[in-house]
Design a protein around this ligand. Structure first.
Ligand code: SF4
Ligand code: SF4
Length: 205
């Protein structure tokens, strides 16, 4: 709830004592507006070496998708002016980039790039939460092709269900294959981009 950037501020000062680990603080978009801005201003003011990652999913997901100043609607669903996270970052004077986290390779590359040099920076990973999107359009059907998924034999070490570990993917002990839990799966499709066998299929709804 916004405490991360305050702590990261302190860790971001430890380079002078030979601390050489990257310092990353994470918050959501709602928390950015409600609690993280003062910490970010302090990071800029103190020239801390901090990368702040804002996971912008378009709403206050943890408490029921209430709107926030970046949502574009107020609590009664009426249009409201959008306060842009990146505009606030620019006003504070920190470097800010906005990327789609579903472009996984590019997102990783950008993160590493931002960690190369010092100062306070912000990476906004922006992608509307699939629970919001699924209210607005039909959910894609996601399933594992049992012919293509060869489980442990593929050398993936059950990457999808053991490492990536989205709760929408389960391991079928009997079949020795991955399986999608359709109740939990939101249809986002990220797992399909990660399976080395191309065994996870996404069919648009
Ligand atoms: S679906 Fe893909 S990543 Fe998951 S166990 Fe099967 S082959 Fe491995
Ligand atoms: S499609 Fe998205 S929500 Fe569904 S199992 Fe894959 S990663 Fe999880």
């Amino acid at each position: 709830m916004g405490a991360g950037i305050g702590l990261a501020n302190g860790f971001g000062q430890l380079g002078q004592f030979a601390f050489n680990q990257p310092v990353v603080a994470v918050c959501g978009d709602s928390t950015f507006f409600h609690a993280a801005i003062p910490g970010l201003i302090n990071a800029r003011f103190n020239n801390s070496n901090v990368l702040m990652v804002v996971l912008d999913n378009g709403g206050t997901a943890m408490t029921g998708f209430q709107p926030h100043p970046g949502s574009g609607t107020d609590a009664l669903g009426r249009p409201a002016p959008v306060v842009e996270i990146e505009a606030i970052c620019k006003a504070i004077g920190v470097e800010v980039r906005v990327r789609d986290p579903f472009e996984v390779d590019q997102a990783i590359e950008e993160l590493y790039d931002m960690l190369q040099d010092g100062g306070a920076k912000v990476m906004v990973f922006r992608r509307k939460c699939f629970l919001i999107e699924s209210r607005e359009k039909a959910k894609p059907r996601v399933f594992v092709d049992p012919e293509k998924c060869i489980g442990d034999e593929c050398g993936c070490a059950r990457f999808c269900s053991r490492v990536f570990n989205c709760p929408g993917i389960i391991w079928d002990q009997e079949a020795k294959r991955a399986k999608i839990d359709e109740v939990v799966c939101t249809g986002c499709g990220v797992c399909a981009t990660l399976c080395p066998q191309g065994a996870i299929i996404v069919e648009e709804g």
